[in-house]
Design a protein around this ligand. Structure first.
Ligand code: F1P
Length: 611
Protein backbone atom coordinates (compact mmCIF):
# COMPACT_ATOMS: atom_id res chain seq x y z
CA UNK A 1 0.00 0.00 0.00
CA UNK A 2 1.67 3.28 1.10
CA UNK A 3 1.09 6.78 -0.21
CA UNK A 4 3.72 8.84 -1.93
CA UNK A 5 3.81 12.50 -2.83
CA UNK A 6 6.52 14.64 -4.41
CA UNK A 7 6.94 18.26 -5.45
CA UNK A 8 9.31 20.42 -7.47
CA UNK A 9 8.58 24.08 -6.83
CA UNK A 10 10.00 27.52 -6.22
CA UNK A 11 8.31 27.89 -2.84
CA UNK A 12 8.41 25.93 0.38
CA UNK A 13 6.70 22.61 -0.11
CA UNK A 14 6.72 20.93 3.29
CA UNK A 15 3.11 21.85 4.10
CA UNK A 16 2.01 20.74 0.60
CA UNK A 17 3.70 17.39 1.15
CA UNK A 18 2.22 17.00 4.63
CA UNK A 19 -1.30 17.82 3.44
CA UNK A 20 -0.76 15.31 0.62
CA UNK A 21 0.20 12.70 3.19
CA UNK A 22 -2.83 13.45 5.36
CA UNK A 23 -5.01 12.78 2.32
CA UNK A 24 -3.09 9.60 1.51
CA UNK A 25 -3.17 8.20 5.03
CA UNK A 26 -5.96 5.83 4.01
CA UNK A 27 -3.22 3.89 2.20
CA UNK A 28 -1.22 3.21 5.34
CA UNK A 29 -0.44 4.85 8.62
CA UNK A 30 2.24 2.99 10.50
CA UNK A 31 5.03 5.48 9.86
CA UNK A 32 5.68 8.55 7.74
CA UNK A 33 8.65 10.46 6.44
CA UNK A 34 9.71 13.43 4.37
CA UNK A 35 12.83 14.75 2.70
CA UNK A 36 13.11 18.24 1.25
CA UNK A 37 16.03 20.14 -0.22
CA UNK A 38 16.06 23.92 0.13
CA UNK A 39 17.25 26.49 -2.43
CA UNK A 40 20.77 26.38 -0.98
CA UNK A 41 20.95 22.63 -1.45
CA UNK A 42 20.53 21.87 2.24
CA UNK A 43 18.76 18.56 2.94
CA UNK A 44 16.07 18.27 5.63
CA UNK A 45 15.08 14.71 6.44
CA UNK A 46 12.64 13.36 9.05
CA UNK A 47 10.88 10.09 9.70
CA UNK A 48 8.49 9.15 12.47
CA UNK A 49 6.76 5.99 13.60
CA UNK A 50 2.99 6.39 13.76
CA UNK A 51 0.60 8.62 11.92
CA UNK A 52 1.19 11.66 9.74
CA UNK A 53 0.35 13.95 12.65
CA UNK A 54 3.50 12.72 14.44
CA UNK A 55 5.59 13.66 11.43
CA UNK A 56 3.81 17.00 11.02
CA UNK A 57 4.53 17.91 14.65
CA UNK A 58 8.21 17.09 14.16
CA UNK A 59 8.40 19.11 10.92
CA UNK A 60 7.05 22.16 12.77
CA UNK A 61 9.41 21.63 15.68
CA UNK A 62 12.48 21.44 13.43
CA UNK A 63 11.29 24.30 11.23
CA UNK A 64 12.01 22.41 8.01
CA UNK A 65 11.90 24.10 4.62
CA UNK A 66 12.56 22.97 1.08
CA UNK A 67 11.59 23.49 -2.56
CA UNK A 68 12.08 19.96 -3.92
CA UNK A 69 11.20 16.82 -2.07
CA UNK A 70 9.13 13.79 -1.40
CA UNK A 71 7.11 12.27 1.40
CA UNK A 72 5.64 8.91 2.27
CA UNK A 73 3.08 7.28 4.54
CA UNK A 74 3.79 3.59 5.06
CA UNK A 75 1.92 0.34 5.37
CA UNK A 76 4.64 -2.12 6.24
CA UNK A 77 5.29 -4.95 3.82
CA UNK A 78 8.99 -5.72 4.37
CA UNK A 79 10.20 -4.90 7.85
CA UNK A 80 8.36 -3.76 10.97
CA UNK A 81 6.91 -0.29 11.31
CA UNK A 82 10.02 1.33 12.81
CA UNK A 83 11.72 4.63 12.10
CA UNK A 84 14.58 2.82 10.34
CA UNK A 85 12.14 1.15 7.97
CA UNK A 86 10.17 4.33 7.30
CA UNK A 87 10.65 6.05 3.93
CA UNK A 88 12.35 7.94 2.33
CA UNK A 89 15.37 5.67 2.06
CA UNK A 90 18.71 7.14 1.17
CA UNK A 91 21.86 5.81 -0.43
CA UNK A 92 24.41 8.65 -0.12
CA UNK A 93 22.67 11.35 -2.16
CA UNK A 94 19.98 9.16 -3.78
CA UNK A 95 16.55 9.41 -2.10
CA UNK A 96 13.67 7.06 -2.80
CA UNK A 97 10.04 6.66 -1.73
CA UNK A 98 8.18 3.61 -2.88
CA UNK A 99 4.70 2.11 -2.99
CA UNK A 100 4.42 -1.58 -3.83
CA UNK A 101 6.69 -4.58 -3.60
CA UNK A 102 10.03 -5.42 -5.20
CA UNK A 103 9.66 -9.18 -5.46
CA UNK A 104 13.31 -9.94 -6.18
CA UNK A 105 14.61 -7.74 -3.36
CA UNK A 106 16.47 -10.61 -1.71
CA UNK A 107 18.90 -11.51 -4.52
CA UNK A 108 19.35 -7.81 -5.25
CA UNK A 109 20.13 -7.10 -1.60
CA UNK A 110 22.68 -9.93 -1.50
CA UNK A 111 24.39 -8.77 -4.63
CA UNK A 112 24.49 -5.15 -3.40
CA UNK A 113 25.97 -6.29 -0.08
CA UNK A 114 28.67 -8.09 -2.07
CA UNK A 115 29.35 -4.81 -3.85
CA UNK A 116 29.94 -3.15 -0.48
CA UNK A 117 26.56 -1.57 0.35
CA UNK A 118 25.39 -1.53 3.98
CA UNK A 119 21.68 -1.79 4.63
CA UNK A 120 20.10 0.24 7.41
CA UNK A 121 16.60 -1.16 7.05
CA UNK A 122 14.78 -4.41 6.34
CA UNK A 123 12.83 -2.88 3.47
CA UNK A 124 12.76 -3.78 -0.20
CA UNK A 125 12.87 -0.03 -0.88
CA UNK A 126 16.41 0.44 0.32
CA UNK A 127 17.46 -1.99 -2.41
CA UNK A 128 16.20 0.50 -5.01
CA UNK A 129 18.17 3.37 -3.45
CA UNK A 130 21.44 1.40 -3.44
CA UNK A 131 20.80 0.00 -6.90
CA UNK A 132 20.29 3.47 -8.37
CA UNK A 133 23.37 4.65 -6.49
CA UNK A 134 25.39 1.76 -7.94
CA UNK A 135 24.23 2.42 -11.49
CA UNK A 136 25.02 6.12 -11.03
CA UNK A 137 28.56 5.25 -10.05
CA UNK A 138 28.97 3.03 -13.11
CA UNK A 139 28.20 5.86 -15.53
CA UNK A 140 29.18 9.11 -13.91
CA UNK A 141 28.12 11.35 -16.81
CA UNK A 142 24.58 9.99 -17.02
CA UNK A 143 21.50 11.84 -15.87
CA UNK A 144 19.33 10.47 -13.08
CA UNK A 145 16.76 9.48 -15.71
CA UNK A 146 19.31 7.48 -17.68
CA UNK A 147 20.52 5.76 -14.55
CA UNK A 148 17.00 4.80 -13.55
CA UNK A 149 16.41 3.40 -17.03
CA UNK A 150 19.26 1.00 -16.28
CA UNK A 151 17.92 0.08 -12.85
CA UNK A 152 14.29 -0.59 -13.85
CA UNK A 153 14.82 -3.83 -15.79
CA UNK A 154 16.49 -5.26 -12.68
CA UNK A 155 13.38 -4.70 -10.52
CA UNK A 156 10.50 -7.18 -10.49
CA UNK A 157 7.09 -6.47 -8.97
CA UNK A 158 4.29 -3.94 -8.98
CA UNK A 159 5.45 -0.60 -7.72
CA UNK A 160 5.63 3.13 -8.11
CA UNK A 161 8.69 5.05 -6.98
CA UNK A 162 10.00 8.60 -6.77
CA UNK A 163 13.73 9.19 -6.89
CA UNK A 164 15.83 12.30 -6.51
CA UNK A 165 19.49 13.19 -6.38
CA UNK A 166 19.80 15.45 -3.33
CA UNK A 167 22.72 17.23 -4.94
CA UNK A 168 20.56 18.41 -7.84
CA UNK A 169 17.40 19.97 -6.39
CA UNK A 170 14.74 20.74 -8.95
CA UNK A 171 14.48 17.29 -10.55
CA UNK A 172 12.31 14.34 -9.55
CA UNK A 173 12.18 11.06 -11.45
CA UNK A 174 9.17 8.75 -11.11
CA UNK A 175 8.48 5.24 -12.34
CA UNK A 176 5.28 3.27 -12.27
CA UNK A 177 5.11 -0.43 -12.86
CA UNK A 178 1.44 -0.97 -12.11
CA UNK A 179 1.21 1.19 -8.97
CA UNK A 180 -0.91 4.34 -9.40
CA UNK A 181 0.79 7.71 -9.97
CA UNK A 182 -0.73 11.00 -11.03
CA UNK A 183 1.09 14.20 -11.95
CA UNK A 184 -0.31 17.57 -10.91
CA UNK A 185 0.66 20.47 -13.16
CA UNK A 186 1.05 23.82 -11.47
CA UNK A 187 2.34 27.18 -12.68
CA UNK A 188 6.09 27.01 -12.45
CA UNK A 189 5.79 23.99 -10.16
CA UNK A 190 4.83 20.35 -10.56
CA UNK A 191 3.66 17.62 -8.24
CA UNK A 192 3.17 13.89 -8.21
CA UNK A 193 1.27 11.52 -5.92
CA UNK A 194 -0.32 8.10 -5.55
CA UNK A 195 -3.80 9.63 -5.70
CA UNK A 196 -5.17 12.86 -7.12
CA UNK A 197 -6.79 13.80 -3.80
CA UNK A 198 -3.30 14.54 -2.48
CA UNK A 199 -2.79 17.14 -5.21
CA UNK A 200 -6.14 18.93 -5.23
CA UNK A 201 -5.09 21.68 -2.79
CA UNK A 202 -2.48 22.80 -5.35
CA UNK A 203 -3.84 21.88 -8.78
CA UNK A 204 -6.66 20.19 -10.67
CA UNK A 205 -4.69 19.89 -13.89
CA UNK A 206 -3.64 16.25 -13.92
CA UNK A 207 -1.86 13.60 -15.97
CA UNK A 208 -2.57 9.98 -15.06
CA UNK A 209 0.46 7.81 -15.70
CA UNK A 210 0.21 4.38 -17.24
CA UNK A 211 1.99 1.17 -16.43
CA UNK A 212 5.65 1.35 -17.40
CA UNK A 213 5.83 5.16 -17.58
CA UNK A 214 9.05 6.85 -16.57
CA UNK A 215 8.90 10.57 -15.80
CA UNK A 216 11.41 13.34 -15.37
CA UNK A 217 9.85 16.32 -13.69
CA UNK A 218 11.18 19.83 -13.08
CA UNK A 219 9.36 23.07 -12.22
CA UNK A 220 8.71 23.80 -15.88
CA UNK A 221 8.94 20.47 -17.69
CA UNK A 222 7.43 17.03 -17.57
CA UNK A 223 8.94 14.39 -19.84
CA UNK A 224 7.21 11.04 -20.00
CA UNK A 225 8.79 7.97 -21.58
CA UNK A 226 6.48 5.00 -22.04
CA UNK A 227 7.14 1.28 -21.56
CA UNK A 228 8.42 1.01 -25.14
CA UNK A 229 10.95 3.76 -24.48
CA UNK A 230 9.22 6.48 -26.55
CA UNK A 231 8.85 10.06 -25.38
CA UNK A 232 5.08 10.56 -25.31
CA UNK A 233 2.38 13.01 -24.36
CA UNK A 234 -0.38 11.84 -22.04
CA UNK A 235 -3.67 13.76 -21.90
CA UNK A 236 -4.16 16.54 -19.37
CA UNK A 237 -7.33 15.98 -17.39
CA UNK A 238 -9.14 18.59 -15.34
CA UNK A 239 -10.20 16.90 -12.12
CA UNK A 240 -13.85 17.31 -11.14
CA UNK A 241 -13.45 15.42 -7.87
CA UNK A 242 -15.03 17.00 -4.83
CA UNK A 243 -12.73 16.21 -1.96
CA UNK A 244 -14.84 16.54 1.11
CA UNK A 245 -12.64 17.76 3.89
CA UNK A 246 -14.43 15.31 6.08
CA UNK A 247 -14.88 16.48 9.53
CA UNK A 248 -16.33 14.12 12.11
CA UNK A 249 -19.01 16.60 13.12
CA UNK A 250 -20.76 15.43 16.25
CA UNK A 251 -19.30 11.94 16.00
CA UNK A 252 -16.28 10.50 17.78
CA UNK A 253 -15.15 8.37 14.88
CA UNK A 254 -15.51 8.41 11.11
CA UNK A 255 -16.84 4.88 11.19
CA UNK A 256 -19.60 5.97 13.55
CA UNK A 257 -20.43 8.94 11.31
CA UNK A 258 -20.45 6.71 8.24
CA UNK A 259 -22.77 4.17 9.87
CA UNK A 260 -25.23 6.94 10.71
CA UNK A 261 -24.91 8.48 7.24
CA UNK A 262 -26.33 5.35 5.61
CA UNK A 263 -29.92 6.51 5.21
CA UNK A 264 -28.70 9.61 3.36
CA UNK A 265 -26.03 7.71 1.43
CA UNK A 266 -28.68 5.26 0.27
CA UNK A 267 -31.10 8.05 -0.66
CA UNK A 268 -28.35 9.72 -2.70
CA UNK A 269 -27.53 6.44 -4.41
CA UNK A 270 -31.15 5.59 -5.16
CA UNK A 271 -33.14 8.74 -5.66
CA UNK A 272 -32.14 9.82 -9.16
CA UNK A 273 -32.21 6.21 -10.37
CA UNK A 274 -35.73 5.48 -9.17
CA UNK A 275 -37.85 7.59 -11.47
CA UNK A 276 -41.52 7.36 -12.40
CA UNK A 277 -41.95 3.93 -10.91
CA UNK A 278 -38.95 2.52 -12.75
CA UNK A 279 -35.36 1.71 -12.03
CA UNK A 280 -33.40 3.79 -14.48
CA UNK A 281 -29.74 3.19 -15.24
CA UNK A 282 -29.64 5.22 -18.45
CA UNK A 283 -26.44 6.76 -17.15
CA UNK A 284 -24.73 3.66 -18.59
CA UNK A 285 -25.48 4.85 -22.13
CA UNK A 286 -26.21 2.98 -25.34
CA UNK A 287 -22.92 1.08 -25.19
CA UNK A 288 -24.36 -0.73 -22.19
CA UNK A 289 -27.43 -1.80 -24.08
CA UNK A 290 -25.30 -3.52 -26.75
CA UNK A 291 -23.12 -5.16 -24.15
CA UNK A 292 -25.97 -6.29 -21.89
CA UNK A 293 -27.88 -7.83 -24.77
CA UNK A 294 -24.97 -10.27 -25.16
CA UNK A 295 -24.57 -11.17 -21.48
CA UNK A 296 -25.06 -14.85 -20.71
CA UNK A 297 -22.87 -15.23 -17.62
CA UNK A 298 -21.57 -12.91 -14.95
CA UNK A 299 -18.38 -13.13 -12.95
CA UNK A 300 -18.16 -10.86 -9.91
CA UNK A 301 -14.69 -10.16 -8.56
CA UNK A 302 -13.87 -8.23 -5.39
CA UNK A 303 -12.09 -8.26 -2.03
CA UNK A 304 -13.14 -7.90 1.61
CA UNK A 305 -16.55 -6.36 2.24
CA UNK A 306 -16.99 -5.82 -1.48
CA UNK A 307 -16.64 -9.57 -1.95
CA UNK A 308 -19.47 -10.10 0.54
CA UNK A 309 -21.62 -7.66 -1.44
CA UNK A 310 -20.75 -9.74 -4.51
CA UNK A 311 -21.98 -12.91 -2.79
CA UNK A 312 -25.37 -11.34 -2.16
CA UNK A 313 -25.50 -10.06 -5.73
CA UNK A 314 -24.70 -13.51 -7.10
CA UNK A 315 -27.87 -14.86 -5.47
CA UNK A 316 -29.88 -11.92 -6.77
CA UNK A 317 -28.61 -12.32 -10.35
CA UNK A 318 -29.50 -16.00 -10.41
CA UNK A 319 -32.82 -15.69 -8.56
CA UNK A 320 -34.21 -12.55 -10.13
CA UNK A 321 -32.48 -12.06 -13.47
CA UNK A 322 -31.97 -15.71 -14.37
CA UNK A 323 -28.35 -15.05 -15.25
CA UNK A 324 -25.73 -17.58 -14.14
CA UNK A 325 -23.33 -15.78 -11.90
CA UNK A 326 -20.33 -16.66 -9.81
CA UNK A 327 -18.31 -14.58 -7.44
CA UNK A 328 -14.66 -14.83 -6.65
CA UNK A 329 -12.05 -13.19 -4.44
CA UNK A 330 -9.88 -11.11 -6.77
CA UNK A 331 -6.57 -12.44 -5.46
CA UNK A 332 -7.73 -15.99 -6.27
CA UNK A 333 -9.22 -15.20 -9.65
CA UNK A 334 -6.10 -13.51 -10.94
CA UNK A 335 -3.85 -16.50 -10.27
CA UNK A 336 -5.87 -19.39 -11.62
CA UNK A 337 -7.03 -20.35 -15.05
CA UNK A 338 -10.76 -19.79 -15.21
CA UNK A 339 -13.05 -20.74 -18.04
CA UNK A 340 -14.48 -17.72 -19.79
CA UNK A 341 -17.77 -18.52 -21.48
CA UNK A 342 -19.38 -16.80 -24.39
CA UNK A 343 -21.21 -13.67 -23.29
CA UNK A 344 -19.26 -13.50 -20.02
CA UNK A 345 -19.34 -10.08 -18.31
CA UNK A 346 -17.02 -9.22 -15.44
CA UNK A 347 -18.31 -7.03 -12.63
CA UNK A 348 -15.74 -5.62 -10.26
CA UNK A 349 -16.77 -4.19 -6.90
CA UNK A 350 -14.60 -1.83 -4.94
CA UNK A 351 -15.37 1.07 -2.64
CA UNK A 352 -11.97 2.66 -3.28
CA UNK A 353 -11.43 1.62 -6.89
CA UNK A 354 -7.75 1.14 -6.08
CA UNK A 355 -7.61 -2.36 -4.59
CA UNK A 356 -4.61 -3.91 -6.33
CA UNK A 357 -6.02 -7.41 -6.74
CA UNK A 358 -9.37 -6.18 -8.05
CA UNK A 359 -7.62 -3.93 -10.55
CA UNK A 360 -5.36 -6.77 -11.63
CA UNK A 361 -8.43 -8.98 -12.10
CA UNK A 362 -10.02 -6.32 -14.32
CA UNK A 363 -6.84 -6.01 -16.38
CA UNK A 364 -6.63 -9.79 -16.72
CA UNK A 365 -10.26 -10.01 -17.83
CA UNK A 366 -9.41 -7.85 -20.85
CA UNK A 367 -6.89 -10.42 -22.03
CA UNK A 368 -8.87 -13.62 -21.55
CA UNK A 369 -12.09 -13.06 -23.45
CA UNK A 370 -14.68 -11.36 -21.22
CA UNK A 371 -17.06 -9.35 -23.38
CA UNK A 372 -16.75 -6.32 -21.17
CA UNK A 373 -16.41 -4.96 -17.68
CA UNK A 374 -18.61 -3.05 -15.30
CA UNK A 375 -17.36 -1.50 -12.08
CA UNK A 376 -19.38 -0.55 -9.03
CA UNK A 377 -17.29 1.99 -7.19
CA UNK A 378 -17.49 4.88 -4.74
CA UNK A 379 -14.48 6.95 -5.80
CA UNK A 380 -14.73 9.11 -8.91
CA UNK A 381 -11.59 9.10 -11.02
CA UNK A 382 -10.17 5.98 -9.34
CA UNK A 383 -8.20 3.50 -11.45
CA UNK A 384 -11.11 1.03 -11.56
CA UNK A 385 -13.48 3.73 -12.81
CA UNK A 386 -11.03 4.91 -15.45
CA UNK A 387 -10.27 1.44 -16.76
CA UNK A 388 -13.73 -0.17 -16.83
CA UNK A 389 -16.07 -0.19 -19.84
CA UNK A 390 -19.08 0.70 -17.74
CA UNK A 391 -19.34 2.26 -14.32
CA UNK A 392 -22.06 2.59 -11.72
CA UNK A 393 -21.10 4.93 -8.94
CA UNK A 394 -22.31 4.50 -5.41
CA UNK A 395 -23.07 7.87 -3.89
CA UNK A 396 -21.96 7.10 -0.38
CA UNK A 397 -19.70 10.13 -0.09
CA UNK A 398 -16.14 9.81 1.12
CA UNK A 399 -15.62 6.81 3.36
CA UNK A 400 -12.69 7.25 5.72
CA UNK A 401 -13.09 4.56 8.38
CA UNK A 402 -11.06 1.56 7.27
CA UNK A 403 -13.96 -0.82 7.92
CA UNK A 404 -16.40 -0.26 5.08
CA UNK A 405 -19.98 0.54 6.14
CA UNK A 406 -21.90 2.93 3.89
CA UNK A 407 -19.66 1.82 1.03
CA UNK A 408 -20.99 -1.72 1.49
CA UNK A 409 -24.71 -0.97 1.82
CA UNK A 410 -24.73 1.43 -1.14
CA UNK A 411 -22.89 -1.17 -3.22
CA UNK A 412 -25.71 -3.61 -2.47
CA UNK A 413 -28.32 -1.03 -3.46
CA UNK A 414 -26.59 -0.37 -6.79
CA UNK A 415 -26.19 -4.08 -7.44
CA UNK A 416 -29.87 -4.71 -6.84
CA UNK A 417 -30.76 -1.98 -9.33
CA UNK A 418 -28.38 -3.55 -11.84
CA UNK A 419 -30.01 -6.94 -11.28
CA UNK A 420 -33.37 -5.38 -12.17
CA UNK A 421 -31.90 -3.61 -15.21
CA UNK A 422 -30.46 -6.88 -16.56
CA UNK A 423 -33.43 -8.89 -15.34
CA UNK A 424 -35.73 -6.73 -17.47
CA UNK A 425 -33.83 -7.85 -20.56
CA UNK A 426 -34.45 -11.40 -19.39
CA UNK A 427 -38.18 -11.04 -18.89
CA UNK A 428 -38.47 -9.77 -15.30
CA UNK A 429 -42.10 -8.81 -14.79
CA UNK A 430 -43.25 -5.28 -13.99
CA UNK A 431 -44.66 -6.39 -10.66
CA UNK A 432 -41.35 -7.92 -9.50
CA UNK A 433 -39.59 -4.72 -10.52
CA UNK A 434 -42.04 -2.51 -8.70
CA UNK A 435 -41.79 -4.65 -5.53
CA UNK A 436 -38.05 -4.19 -5.56
CA UNK A 437 -38.36 -0.51 -6.26
CA UNK A 438 -40.75 -0.04 -3.33
CA UNK A 439 -38.52 -2.08 -1.05
CA UNK A 440 -35.51 0.02 -1.99
CA UNK A 441 -37.46 3.24 -1.45
CA UNK A 442 -38.49 2.12 2.04
CA UNK A 443 -34.98 1.12 3.03
CA UNK A 444 -33.53 4.46 4.23
CA UNK A 445 -36.47 4.89 6.65
CA UNK A 446 -36.06 1.36 7.99
CA UNK A 447 -32.34 1.86 8.48
CA UNK A 448 -33.09 5.03 10.44
CA UNK A 449 -35.29 2.91 12.69
CA UNK A 450 -32.43 0.46 13.24
CA UNK A 451 -30.05 3.31 14.04
CA UNK A 452 -32.49 4.69 16.58
CA UNK A 453 -32.10 1.47 18.59
CA UNK A 454 -28.33 1.97 18.90
CA UNK A 455 -28.49 2.17 22.72
CA UNK A 456 -29.71 -1.43 22.90
CA UNK A 457 -26.89 -2.56 20.67
CA UNK A 458 -24.38 -0.60 22.73
CA UNK A 459 -25.60 -2.50 25.82
CA UNK A 460 -25.35 -5.79 23.99
CA UNK A 461 -21.77 -4.96 23.04
CA UNK A 462 -20.78 -5.17 26.73
CA UNK A 463 -21.30 -8.96 26.53
CA UNK A 464 -18.59 -9.29 23.88
CA UNK A 465 -15.82 -7.25 25.41
CA UNK A 466 -14.14 -10.12 27.25
CA UNK A 467 -14.81 -12.74 24.59
CA UNK A 468 -12.04 -14.07 22.40
CA UNK A 469 -14.25 -15.63 19.74
CA UNK A 470 -17.65 -15.22 18.16
CA UNK A 471 -19.65 -17.15 15.62
CA UNK A 472 -21.99 -15.54 13.09
CA UNK A 473 -24.70 -17.62 11.43
CA UNK A 474 -26.99 -16.92 8.51
CA UNK A 475 -28.59 -18.78 5.63
CA UNK A 476 -29.22 -17.77 2.03
CA UNK A 477 -28.58 -14.10 1.52
CA UNK A 478 -27.90 -13.62 5.23
CA UNK A 479 -24.85 -15.87 5.04
CA UNK A 480 -22.72 -13.20 3.28
CA UNK A 481 -24.05 -10.70 5.84
CA UNK A 482 -22.91 -13.03 8.63
CA UNK A 483 -19.50 -13.02 6.93
CA UNK A 484 -19.58 -9.25 6.80
CA UNK A 485 -20.52 -9.05 10.50
CA UNK A 486 -17.66 -11.37 11.44
CA UNK A 487 -15.23 -9.34 9.32
CA UNK A 488 -16.31 -6.09 11.00
CA UNK A 489 -15.80 -7.57 14.47
CA UNK A 490 -12.35 -8.90 13.53
CA UNK A 491 -11.26 -5.70 11.80
CA UNK A 492 -11.94 -3.21 14.52
CA UNK A 493 -12.27 -5.03 17.83
CA UNK A 494 -9.68 -7.77 17.17
CA UNK A 495 -12.04 -10.51 18.35
CA UNK A 496 -11.66 -13.66 16.35
CA UNK A 497 -14.95 -14.19 14.53
CA UNK A 498 -16.12 -16.74 11.99
CA UNK A 499 -19.21 -16.89 9.86
CA UNK A 500 -20.95 -20.07 8.87
CA UNK A 501 -23.88 -20.90 6.80
CA UNK A 502 -26.11 -22.26 9.57
CA UNK A 503 -26.63 -25.49 7.65
CA UNK A 504 -22.91 -26.22 7.87
CA UNK A 505 -22.83 -26.18 11.68
CA UNK A 506 -23.03 -29.93 12.04
CA UNK A 507 -20.13 -30.36 9.67
CA UNK A 508 -17.55 -29.11 12.13
CA UNK A 509 -18.10 -25.78 13.84
CA UNK A 510 -20.56 -27.26 16.33
CA UNK A 511 -17.49 -28.62 18.10
CA UNK A 512 -16.58 -25.04 19.04
CA UNK A 513 -19.83 -24.31 20.79
CA UNK A 514 -19.62 -23.76 24.56
CA UNK A 515 -20.48 -21.02 27.06
CA UNK A 516 -17.53 -18.89 25.93
CA UNK A 517 -18.65 -18.74 22.32
CA UNK A 518 -21.35 -16.15 21.65
CA UNK A 519 -23.36 -16.96 18.55
CA UNK A 520 -24.95 -14.23 16.49
CA UNK A 521 -27.79 -15.36 14.26
CA UNK A 522 -29.40 -13.44 11.42
CA UNK A 523 -32.98 -14.61 11.27
CA UNK A 524 -35.35 -12.54 9.15
CA UNK A 525 -38.73 -14.08 8.61
CA UNK A 526 -38.16 -15.89 5.34
CA UNK A 527 -38.54 -19.31 3.78
CA UNK A 528 -35.44 -20.57 5.57
CA UNK A 529 -36.56 -19.50 9.05
CA UNK A 530 -37.87 -22.90 10.13
CA UNK A 531 -34.63 -24.56 9.08
CA UNK A 532 -32.68 -21.87 10.90
CA UNK A 533 -34.70 -22.46 14.06
CA UNK A 534 -33.50 -26.07 14.12
CA UNK A 535 -29.90 -24.83 13.82
CA UNK A 536 -30.56 -22.41 16.69
CA UNK A 537 -31.77 -25.25 18.92
CA UNK A 538 -28.64 -27.25 18.13
CA UNK A 539 -26.55 -24.38 19.43
CA UNK A 540 -28.76 -23.57 22.44
CA UNK A 541 -28.69 -27.09 23.74
CA UNK A 542 -24.90 -26.93 23.80
CA UNK A 543 -24.63 -23.90 26.06
CA UNK A 544 -23.72 -20.92 23.83
CA UNK A 545 -25.50 -17.64 24.34
CA UNK A 546 -27.47 -16.74 21.23
CA UNK A 547 -28.00 -13.21 19.94
CA UNK A 548 -30.77 -13.40 17.37
CA UNK A 549 -31.41 -10.50 15.01
CA UNK A 550 -34.97 -11.11 13.84
CA UNK A 551 -38.08 -9.42 12.46
CA UNK A 552 -39.90 -7.67 15.28
CA UNK A 553 -42.99 -9.79 14.63
CA UNK A 554 -41.14 -13.13 14.43
CA UNK A 555 -41.97 -15.79 16.96
CA UNK A 556 -38.69 -15.59 18.91
CA UNK A 557 -38.82 -14.91 22.62
CA UNK A 558 -35.89 -13.74 24.72
CA UNK A 559 -35.16 -16.47 27.18
CA UNK A 560 -32.34 -17.85 29.25
CA UNK A 561 -29.48 -18.15 26.80
CA UNK A 562 -31.26 -16.18 24.08
CA UNK A 563 -31.25 -12.43 23.43
CA UNK A 564 -33.55 -11.26 20.68
CA UNK A 565 -32.73 -8.04 18.84
CA UNK A 566 -35.88 -7.06 16.96
CA UNK A 567 -35.46 -5.33 13.61
CA UNK A 568 -38.06 -3.56 11.48
CA UNK A 569 -39.75 -5.58 8.80
CA UNK A 570 -38.47 -5.07 5.26
CA UNK A 571 -39.10 -6.98 2.05
CA UNK A 572 -36.99 -10.10 2.04
CA UNK A 573 -35.07 -8.95 -1.02
CA UNK A 574 -33.50 -5.95 0.76
CA UNK A 575 -33.08 -7.61 4.16
CA UNK A 576 -29.32 -8.23 3.63
CA UNK A 577 -28.84 -4.46 3.41
CA UNK A 578 -30.84 -3.79 6.57
CA UNK A 579 -29.30 -6.61 8.62
CA UNK A 580 -25.76 -5.42 7.87
CA UNK A 581 -26.40 -2.23 9.86
CA UNK A 582 -26.90 -3.60 13.41
CA UNK A 583 -23.81 -5.76 12.92
CA UNK A 584 -21.80 -2.65 12.04
CA UNK A 585 -23.12 -1.00 15.20
CA UNK A 586 -22.29 -4.04 17.28
CA UNK A 587 -18.67 -4.20 16.19
CA UNK A 588 -18.37 -0.42 16.52
CA UNK A 589 -19.54 -0.48 20.13
CA UNK A 590 -17.42 -3.49 21.05
CA UNK A 591 -14.32 -1.72 19.66
CA UNK A 592 -15.34 1.51 21.40
CA UNK A 593 -15.65 -0.16 24.80
CA UNK A 594 -12.34 -1.95 24.21
CA UNK A 595 -10.73 1.42 23.41
CA UNK A 596 -9.49 0.43 19.96
CA UNK A 597 -8.42 2.72 17.15
CA UNK A 598 -11.69 2.31 15.29
CA UNK A 599 -10.95 4.33 12.15
CA UNK A 600 -7.43 3.06 11.65
CA UNK A 601 -7.22 -0.46 13.07
CA UNK A 602 -3.80 -1.99 13.46
CA UNK A 603 -2.14 -3.57 10.41
CA UNK A 604 -4.87 -2.47 7.99
CA UNK A 605 -5.32 0.30 5.44
CA UNK A 606 -8.35 1.73 3.71
CA UNK A 607 -7.04 1.08 0.25
CA UNK A 608 -5.17 -2.15 -0.34
CA UNK A 609 -2.89 -1.12 -3.16
CA UNK A 610 -0.48 -4.04 -2.91
CA UNK A 611 -1.41 -7.59 -3.65
C1 F1P B 1 -11.74 -3.83 0.01
C2 F1P B 1 -11.42 -3.88 1.51
C3 F1P B 1 -12.57 -3.29 2.35
C4 F1P B 1 -12.19 -3.27 3.83
C5 F1P B 1 -10.88 -2.49 4.04
C6 F1P B 1 -9.80 -3.03 3.14
O1 F1P B 1 -11.74 -2.53 -0.41
O2 F1P B 1 -11.20 -5.21 1.86
O3 F1P B 1 -13.72 -4.03 2.16
O4 F1P B 1 -13.21 -2.68 4.61
O5 F1P B 1 -11.11 -1.13 3.79
O6 F1P B 1 -10.23 -3.11 1.76
P1 F1P B 1 -12.44 -1.99 -1.74
O7 F1P B 1 -11.86 -2.75 -2.89
O8 F1P B 1 -13.90 -2.19 -1.60
O9 F1P B 1 -12.05 -0.55 -1.76
Amino acid sequence: MCGIVGAVAQRNIEEILLEGLRRLEYRGYDSAGLLVVNSKGHVNYLRRVGKVKELAAAVTQYNMHGITGMAHTRWATHGEPTEKNAHPHISDYITVVHNGIIENHEPLRNSLIERGYCFNSQTDTEVIAHLVNWEYKQCKDSTLLEVIKKAIPQLRGTYSILVMDNRIPGILVAVTSGGPLVIGIGIGENFIASDQVALLPVTRNLIFLEEGDLVEMTCHNINIVNKAGHLIKRPHIESNIQYEACDKGKYRFYMQKEIYEQPVALKNTLEWRLVQGQINLNELGSQAYDLFSKVQHIKIVACGSSYHAGMVARNWFEELADIPCDVEIASEFRYRKSVVRSGHLIITLSQSGETADTLAALRLSKKIGFIGSLAVCNVQGSSLVRESDLVLMTKAGTEIGVASTKGFTTQLAVLLMLVVHLGRLNGMTKSVESNILNALQELPKRIEQVLSTDKNIAMLAEDFVYKYNALFLGRGNQYPIAMEGALKLKEISYIHAEAYSAGELKHGPLALIDIDMPVIVLAPNNALLEKLKSNIEEVRSRGSHLYIFADQDASFISNKGITIIPLPYVEEIVSPILYAVPLQLLSYYVALIKGKDIDQPRNLAKSVTVE
